[in-house]
Design a protein around this ligand. Structure first.
Ligand code: ADP
Length: 391
């Protein structure tokens, strides 16, 4: 029997899972996901690849909770050589309460539930999975790893909205997300940058959800997502930063309801909304439609603007790191963003960028540019192993 931890990452319509060995948490022994929940759910495995394991069929109406039960049963049958010693969960919101991972007990679960209004699309799924496992295996340690915790180091200035101060004190402020990804990248910076790892670094997490984090001493100083995961960059389906007056206009002049505006900003905007074709960068790059190009150009221009907007928080730029689906795989997107930041000392080596190098900046450039694959699961697994006392 191989001792492992199970990591669960419930998104708004997906459930990602992995098993990591307690002895070697960086590389998963099994990894997969259930996508398209409540629409067209599909269960897939990426590790081990092509192992020929029978995968469960899912009912079209399958919910997160049902998918979790199916997954646990499936693991019990098809991954029985792995003994699950603890479960680690990505929990989207830790508010100002949780500035690091937490071993779950009833009191902490109640504190997390109080934060649900801050992340209504994700937090209920995260907490439901914790509750379900607590019922099935009450003695199995569970650890919550928060997407917001990494940003607890942000100075107050960078968290404030220019709203009446009492509202900030009530929690209306910038939290920031993608913290597990940023924590992973921060942990790898010394190996890539040596002493410069503690310098002025911007990490661009460009996936379906996208954000930036400005770091100094490998700690978050400022980030582009704010009170919600809607702020900042253009994303696959989310608008990113828009004039708040647009929302007033939609309500007052167009009579749109709150659910309609919610769907507009979270589901119908971003790359999908501008292109009218797809939320996926890969699809847009393959398209010859001018609207696909317009969406890509806007994505890159807005990303360059937002990177520039973070510079006052860290006083310059020693390194720019690209990560996540688009950041890791789209050389054209990296090039287009960097071409708009030459004035910041960013100069891309086109050959290195096109050929999968880690360092893609010109040797003489003052700002290093790197591509580093992120690994949120490994951060959850590592924290779970530590918090559950498995080392
Ligand atoms: P999520 O936020 O759902 O975890 P990912 O980090 O998986 O998202 O990123 C998904 C995005 O990465 C999509 O826009 C997808 O099209 C893009 N992407 C993945 N591979 C490539 C590629 N080879 N070229 C361009 N874009 C890619």
């Amino acid at each position: 029997m191989n001792d492992v931890v199970l990591t669960l990452n419930a998104g708004s319509s997906s459930l990602k899972f992995a098993l990591h060995s307690v002895d070697d948490p960086l590389v998963p022994v099994l990894r997969g996901k259930v996508t398209g929940l409540k629409r067209a759910p599909a269960f897939s495995l990426s590790v081990p690849k092509d192992a020929g394991l029978p995968l469960p069929a899912l009912d079209p109406a399958c919910t997160h909770e049902e998918a979790t039960v199916i997954l646990l049963d499936w693991l019990g049958t098809h991954a029985a050589q792995h003994a699950i010693k603890a479960v680690g969960h990505r929990v989207v919101h830790g508010g100002t309460v949780f500035d690091g991972p937490a071993r779950v007990d009833a009191a902490k679960l109640a504190q997390m539930a109080e934060l649900t209004p801050l992340a209504p699309l994700h937090q209920p799924h995260n907490l439901a999975a914790i509750g379900l496992i607590a019922e099935r295996a009450p003695s199995l340690p569970q650890v919550a790893c928060f997407d917001t915790s990494f940003h607890a180091t942000q100075p107050e200035m960078n968290r404030l909205f220019a709203l009446p101060y009492e509202m900030s004190q009530q929690g209306l402020k910038r939290y920031g997300f993608h913290g597990l990804s940023y924590a992973f990248i921060a942990s790898t910076l010394p190996e890539h940058l040596g002493a410069e790892a503690n310098g002025r670094v911007v990490v661009a997490h460009l996936g379906n959800g996208a954000s930036l984090c400005a770091m100094k001493n490998r700690q978050s100083v400022a980030t582009t997502m704010g009170f919600t995961a809607l702020d900042g960059l253009v994303m696959g389906r989310r608008s990113g930063r828009i004039d708040p007056g647009v929302i007033l206009h939609l309500v007052q002049q167009r009579g749109m309801s709150v659910p309609e505006i919610d769907a507009l900003l979270y589901q119908q905007s971003g790359l999908l909304g501008v292109s009218g074709i797809s939320n996926a960068m890969q699809d847009l790059e393959a398209s010859s439609d001018p609207r696909a190009k317009l969406a890509i150009d806007l994505f890159c221009y807005r990303a360059a603007c937002e990177i520039a907007g973070l510079i006052p928080a860290i006083g310059g730029l020693d390194a720019l790191i690209f990560t996540a689906g688009i950041g890791e795989n789209s050389a054209a997107t990296r090039q287009a963003i960097c071409d708009q930041l030459v004035w910041l000392g960013v100069e891309v080596d086109r050959y290195a960028n096109d050929n999968g190098a880690t360092v893609i900046s010109m040797p003489e450039a003052t700002c290093k540019v790197l591509v580093i694959p992120t690994n949120e699961d490994a951060v959850i697994a590592q924290s779970t192993i530590e918090m559950a006392g498995l080392v």
